[in-house]
Design a protein around this ligand. Structure first.
Ligand SMILES: [Zn+2]
Ligand SMILES: [Zn+2]
Length: 281
């Protein structure tokens, strides 16, 4: 089974070294590379279709989409969300086992009628809506380990029992229907974070039994980043292994990693190929 990598070329400064930094991975037989603008054509390259406006309106209000367009970041946001949607359809159809989605513009701060923090569209919500409507899929989990609270994702699913949303952030621990916020203290040790993650994921995801796990993965909580909560770079690989193992146990390995926060180019080059390798191997 194969891993899909979804990429486009309006990703901003932090991803300037990609896709070149994936050399050695893109050549593997079980890796498929999907891009949007035909600028690079490694082996197994496919086109990434943008999302129709009617599909966006099922999650985000028309007025909000107009405000996103006025920022000048709409096209980049659209291709970011399109990557998540394409990944979800291909995983749901068993064309891919798992996927990594590059998003120049993140996901979890975009709600039904608001957006902030460099997030303009919530690709995971758009994807889940489409899979439920057109593919008969029912239950999904979103694990969010970006350093900040995913207020957009939270709002979109707070009354939806079909989506388990687990958000790790500095906000206080709370639960609503299937939305769960797990408080992460400042300067947390990696070992405490991984224990907290393992405990929450095992407790919640194994009981919920989603068909696909989305992982909103941000590295902005890493030491030296803008959301520094004291995490080491190595923690992210431990989380990736934990989530991969969990996905193998509950949903035949179906996991889609959606890149969220983080700004450092050097960390992107260090972390992203390692996370993808864990998916591929
Ligand atoms: Zn963040
Ligand atoms: Zn949160």
């Amino acid at each position: 089974m194969c891993t899909g990598i979804f990429f486009h070329y309006q990703q901003g400064e932090r991803l300037k070294d990609f896709p070149q930094a994936l050399n050695g991975i893109l050549e593997k037989d079980n890796v498929f590379f999907y891009d949007a603008l035909y600028l690079s054509k490694p082996r197994s390259s496919f086109d990434l279709e943008p999302i129709p406006i009617e599909t966006l309106h099922k999650i985000h209000s028309p007025g909000m989409i107009d405000r996103v367009k006025a920022t000048g970041n709409f096209e980049g946001a659209l291709y970011s969300a399109a990557g998540t949607l394409s990944a979800a359809i291909k995983v749901c159809s068993d064309e891919l086992l798992n996927a990594f989605v590059f998003t120049g513009y993140g996901d979890h701060h975009a709600g039904s009628n608001f957006f902030s923090g460099g997030c303009y569209l919530t690709g995971a919500a758009i994807a889940i809506h489409e899979l439920q409507e057109k593919f008969g899929a029912k239950r999904f989990a979103i694990i969010d380990t970006d350093a900040h609270h995913g207020d957009g994702t939270w709002e979109l699913f707070e009354n939806n029992p079909t989506v388990l949303y687990i958000c790790f952030c500095s906000g206080s621990s709370q639960e609503k229907i299937q939305n769960v916020n797990v408080h992460v203290p400042f300067k947390i040790k990696d070992s405490v974070y991984t224990a907290l993650a393992k405990e929450s994921f095992e407790k919640l995801v194994k009981v919920f039994k989603p068909e696909i796990i989305f992982w909103n993965w941000g590295y902005d909580g890493t030491i030296g980043e803008y959301g520094d909560i004291g995490l080491t770079p190595e923690l992210h690989m431990k989380l990736a292994m934990e989530i991969k193992k969990l996905a193998l146990e509950v949903c035949r390995g179906r996991v889609i990693v959606v890149l969220c926060g983080g700004s450092r180019r050097d960390l992107a080059v260090y972390l992203i190929p390692r996370i993808i390798k864990i998916l591929v191997d």
